[in-house]
Ligand binder design. Structure first.
Ligand SMILES: Nc1ncnc2c1ncn2[C@@H]1O[C@H](COP(=O)(O)OP(=O)(O)OP(=O)(O)O)[C@@H](O)[C@H]1O
Length: 201
């Protein structure tokens, strides 16, 4: 399996944000997307996820057996957590597990993995910023998807959670998964490639 971008260009509001990006990410590899605010890191992730159309070029998954396209193969962890604040942690994760399919860890196991066992009954909106992020990380664990698209995944995480998440990412790569992460912070991934987006100054 590999994720391939060919001459990918992106725009927002009619303005060109980046052009002619090429990359190839092999199974088991990570690409760190870096660059200043507004450089287009989130825009790139949203295009890969199929949430925005590219202006030109394309991104495709080759050899993603069982996953016909990038969109169905990826977990997208955006800036916002995509959880309903009034629903419990369990209800939110159950929704995402049913929506994404390919059930993997059960909800209690995923909560233990992110160090939040026993919070399942709490409304998501009661949790702290870092706890909310950790529940969103649990979403990556309750369904299997080979490509993880992560937008500032460690924002708000404490040190222990940061290194626990680094371990989860290494585990995903070790199983042949792919990670594309937009980040201003080191993520603790060895041997990640970097795509430095320049921005417009
Ligand atoms: N919906 C939109 N309409 C118009 N312009 C937008 C829209 N969303 C983002 N932009 C612009 O697109 C550019 C790229 O934004 P993007 O969020 O991709 O940057 P980023 O590299 O992720 O930044 P940050 O490091 O601040 O998260 C910015 O100039 C932003 O103002």
């Amino acid at each position: 399996m590999r994720l391939v971008a060919d001459k990918l260009s992106g725009e927002r509001g009619g303005e060109l944000i980046f052009s002619d990006l090429d990359f190839v990410i092999a199974a088991g590899a990570a690409l760190l997307v870096t660059g200043p605010n507004g450089a287009g890191k989130s825009t790139l992730l949203r295009i890969i996820a199929g949430l925005l159309a590219p202006l030109s070029g394309n991104v495709r998954l080759e050899g993603g057996d069982g996953f016909p396209d990038v969109q169905s193969a990826c977990h997208y962890l955006g800036h916002t957590n995509a959880m309903k604040p009034a629903l419990s942690v369990r209800e939110n994760l159950a929704f995402w597990q049913a929506f994404n399919g390919e059930a993997r860890q059960d909800i209690d196991e995923a909560l233990e993995t992110v160090g939040l066992g026993g919070t399942d009954h709490l409304p998501f909106g009661y949790l702290s910023t870092g706890q909310k992020r950790r529940i969103s990380i649990a979403k990556l664990l309750v369904s299997y998807r080979p490509v993880w698209l992560l937008d500032e995944p460690t924002a708000g995480l404490d040190k222990i959670s940061e290194s626990r998440f680094a371990g989860l990412m290494q585990g995903h790569l070790g199983e042949g998964g792919i990670i594309v992460a937009a980040t201003h912070l080191p993520l603790g991934l060895d041997n990640a490639q970097e795509l430095a987006m320049e921005g417009r100054g």
